[in-house]
Design a protein around this ligand. Structure first.
Ligand code: RRO
Length: 310
């Protein structure tokens, strides 16, 4: 029988699938549904210091090949997610969860990370450097100089396991430059990729979401090749101590298999979870196990990162 267990940092997970931040993670009710599914863990909605309502509706739209969103960071504020995670440390002491956070300024990010560091939270923290949807705020990780400066300061005080959520990069030189920056820091993981920022979907003659005249982050089937390329590019370039979380374009077990082949240690499902609900984890796990059984692979390490070239 094959096993889909995995590890990130020093933490073990019973399954290598989880939600992607933004989907089924706004409040306890949604997070509980992930806990009770076949997912190995969950990540919370990226939290800011204060609760935010986000952008005007409609701000999410499903298409045949994926979705577009411009949610604008709606969340219940860091205290809500931290309180819940601390509660889970008591009720589920054998499980580890991810806390996602982001700020609209470096100051806010430092305040948030200080809060997490000072708290009893003992899980993994994901710093989102790639929100594409706050009007007037560019995606931080496209400014590598600012990113390096931020991480320099963060690692002066933040000594808990930390990873970053990255936007897709599209040029080999940018993979090189980004990896050079991330290799300077004791990151536990990088998560590739956030949605492809600022796409446009049109229905008849209209945009389909209200914020930003219809521009929004693209997810789903559209983005798998970009996600795989980013996972593999960072797998090739980062210190082996920095693990890769693969996110983008997971519809089936085959897609998970490809992410792991590219080097992902855990795989996140966004659009397909939104469309199908938490039952999706059972289906996709089963499909992944079938592929592993067919190929005679017993563990993820049997094929992780072992993409073959021509
Ligand atoms: O809330 C959002 O609009 C959002 C965020 Br923070 C993100 O990181 N990625 C995305 O597609 N939407």
């Amino acid at each position: 029988m094959s096993s889909t267990k995995t590890t990130i940092g020093n933490y073990e997970f019973e399954n290598c699938l989880m939600n992607a931040a933004g989907v089924y993670c706004y409040d306890r009710n949604e997070l509980e549904q992930i806990i009770n599914s076949d997912a190995g863990t969950f990540v919370t909605k990226s939290a800011t210091l204060n609760p935010r309502e986000g952008n005007p509706l409609p701000r999410y739209y499903d298409t045949k090949l994926g979705c577009i969103n411009s949610m604008g960071l709606p969340n219940l504020g860091i205290d809500y997610y931290l309180d819940y995670l601390l509660e889970l440390q008591k009720t589920h002491p054998d499980r580890t969860f991810f806390l996602s956070l982001t700020g609209l300024s470096s100051e806010e990010i430092h305040t948030l990370l200080n809060k997490v560091y000072e708290s009893d939270f003992n899980g993994l923290t994901e710093l989102n450097l790639s929100c594409p949807n706050v009007p007037g705020k560019p995606q931080m990780a496209y400014d590598l100089e600012a990113t390096e400066k931020l991480l320099n300061k963060v690692f002066e005080y933040f000594k808990k396991p930390l990873g970053v959520k990255l936007p897709p990069y599209f040029d080999i030189v940018h993979f090189d430059e980004a990896a050079k920056v991330f290799n300077k820091f004791p990151l536990t993981f990088v998560n590739c990729i956030n949605s492809i920022g600022n796409g446009l979907v049109i229905n008849d003659e209209h945009v389909v979401i209200k914020p930003k005249q219809g521009f929004g982050g693209i997810g789903g089937e559209y983005i798998k090749p970009t996600a795989l390329a980013n996972v593999h590019a960072f797998y090739q370039r980062l210190n082996p101590s920095i693990q890769i979380i693969g996110t983008g374009g997971i519809l089936t077990g085959r897609d998970v298999f490809e992410h792991i082949l590219c080097g992902a240690g855990i795989v996140q499902i966004g659009t397909t979870l939104q469309k199908e609900g938490p039952e999706v984890f059972s289906r996709i796990t089963r499909e992944l196990e079938e592929i592993m059984d067919e190929k005679g692979y017993k563990t993820l390490d049997d094929f992780k990162g072992k993409l073959k070239y021509l």
